[in-house]
Design a protein around this ligand. Sequence first.
Ligand SMILES: NC(=O)c1ccc[n+]([C@@H]2O[C@H](COP(=O)([O-])OP(=O)(O)OC[C@H]3O[C@@H](n4cnc5c(N)ncnc54)[C@H](OP(=O)(O)O)[C@@H]3O)[C@@H](O)[C@H]2O)c1
Length: 230
Amino acid sequence: MAVAIITGASKGLGRALAGALAARGWDLVLDARGEGALKEAAGAVAGHGTRVVALAGDVTDAGHRSALVTAARRLGGVDLLVHNASALGAEPLVPLAELPLDGLRRALEVNTVAALGLVQEALPALRAAAGAVITVSSDAAVEAYPDWGGYGASKAALDHLAAVLAEEEPGLRVWAVDPGDMATGLYAAAVPLDDDPRPAPESVAPAFLRLLEERPGSGRYTAGALLERR
Ligand SMILES: NC(=O)c1ccc[n+]([C@@H]2O[C@H](COP(=O)([O-])OP(=O)(O)OC[C@H]3O[C@@H](n4cnc5c(N)ncnc54)[C@H](OP(=O)(O)O)[C@@H]3O)[C@@H](O)[C@H]2O)c1
């Protein structure tokens, strides 16, 4: 059975994606820092009869990244790596004039550096499986929204890493995916005063399934466009 590593899988999009993949028979290695919520999420998706390994830890910890890949190898390999865990850099978001530099460093460390670290750790297994990497992006990577500058810069850097990785590793699929706005804890933390209705992450997961089913070429995709074509 195919094996996926999903970071940030205790809530929001990562959890929705874990549920969608488990329902299709994928075995999963899931991560998040908070152990209680992660175990609860893993228990909920394991109900589909899939094998689920939940490892609590921070994606910025090299030892934790190594443990995630080791766990996936024990399940059979790495067919899919989803780097979904993310940091905003400031909660709520603030203009660049006020952005703490440590916040920017944290966003870059979680969103960008950890993603490459995990890819490097998983590359031998991904190559062996002719597997896929999904980096979860944002429209803030390509649009200049006030307050979203630090987070957006980290996602723009992540997009670029994904694009270059795709050139360097033609045997893999490397998809950067902008999921669009979703009603999640991350969005609420970013903009607490914005209570406009937003789609649930479960409604966005089918866009990712489409990539896995159709395996289009490596590149940057928006969930909105993928869902429209469904
Ligand atoms: N929500 C939106 O509107 C939106 C829009 C565009 C893009 N995105 C992107 O979509 C992805 C998912 O976001 P979401 O909205 O679903 O967020 P969410 O509901 O807040 O979930 C984030 C998940 O990541 C985990 N996490 C955070 N930092 C981590 C770390 N350092 N190491 C390991 N796990 C970590 C969290 O658990 P712990 O806190 O317990 O670690 C949680 O499981 C992110 O890449 C985000 O940038 C979201």
